[in-house]
Ligand binder design. Structure first.
Ligand code: HEC
Ligand code: HEC
Length: 245
């Protein structure tokens, strides 16, 4: 069994790492993650050259899929979700076979790659997200809101994601992420997004943004009603199965 799962207070007031957890995490990482994320956690594992998107480098401490405000580190629950559910449409599969303590350990190990984890000011609690409004449940009101959402999408999202939400907006070709790779705006018509498939999953991305990418938070620019309208529009054009090639 594991020692304490709690992170002790380090002498400098930062967040220290539990050594036993770290060693167990290293073992889990070497068996399950190293082929892609690499021995140094820089995303340059053996399989890396063949993959798009590339496996994440953990060295910058930038994570896309979170419940925390833009720019902040993810919570353990966020990392747990990524590891156990995987990221649809990428090489990052689900690690459902790992025991709960193995997941906790590998999370601790992933954190050891970046100094950002040591600083309290980079940590934040999960945001509170309101549930979808009542009108989301009725087909006719959903349609009216989707029409309003289409207009908002044209103004706020189409430059990158394209008028048809197929990921081919005029700005798309020039976008880069902090890892120096081209950042491709997602085809939002896909049946399965990396962030998840429910309206709440998309709402979360609009609130948190995807750290390290041009997909910023719309928390300040769109009110909640406008965000749900846009989500109603995205759902109305969702393809029945995978992306059209
Ligand atoms: C077959 C390759 C592969 C393996 C094996 C793999 N990953 Fe990944 N992982 C990826 C790719 C590719 C991405 C980047 C996806 C993206 O940027 O959308 C990723 C991203 C991540 C992220 C970042 C998520 C975010 O919010 O930005 C975490 C955390 C992660 N992987 C953890 C792990 C852990 C832990 C393991 C082992 C238990 C593992 N991965 C094994 C390919 C892999
Ligand atoms: C400046 C360009 C830009 C704008 C404007 C923009 N996005 Fe994005 N968006 C991106 C990029 C790039 C990604 C993929 C990031 C990555 O993983 O590297 C993305 C990803 C997403 C995702 C995650 C999809 C997944 O695969 O999980 C959602 C949802 C999303 N955008 C919705 C929107 C909506 C809705 C708007 C308008 C309110 C919007 N975006 C505006 C560039 C943009």
């Amino acid at each position: 069994m594991l020692g304490s799962l709690l992170h002790a207070e380090a002498a400098d007031g930062g967040v220290a790492l539990d050594f036993n957890l770290y060693m167990q995490g290293k073992y889990v990482y070497e068996r399950n993650c190293i082929v892609c994320h690499g021995p140094r956690g820089d995303g340059n594992g053996e399989l890396s050259p063949t993959l798009k998107p590339k496996p994440r480098s953990f060295r910058e401490g930038m994570f896309k899929f979170r419940t925390t405000p833009y720019g902040m580190l993810p919570t353990d629950a966020d990392l747990r979700r990524t590891i156990t559910h995987g990221l649809s449409g990428t090489a990052m599969g689900m690690f459902g076979h790992l025991q709960a303590d193995e997941v906790e350990a590998v999370i601790a190990y992933v954190k050891s790659f970046s100094r950002r984890w040591k600083k309290r000011e980079n940590h934040a609690d999960a945001l509170n997200f309101s549930p979808p409004p009542e009108w989301f449940k009725a087909a006719d009101t959903l349609k009216t809101h989707a029409q309003a959402g289409q207009k908002l999408f044209g103004v706020n999202c189409a430059a990158c994601h394209g008028e048809k939400a197929d990921g081919k907006g005029p700005a798309a070709v020039s976008l880069k992420d902090v890892w120096g790779a081209p950042a491709a705006p997602s085809d939002l018509r896909q049946a399965h997004l990396r962030c998840g498939d429910s309206p709440a999953d998309i709402f979360r991305v609009l609130a948190t943004g995807l750290n390290g990418t041009p997909m910023v938070s719309f928390e300040a620019t769109l009110n909640e009603e406008q965000r749900w309208d846009i989500i109603a529009y995205i759902l109305s054009i969702r393809l029945p199965s995978g992306p059209v090639l």
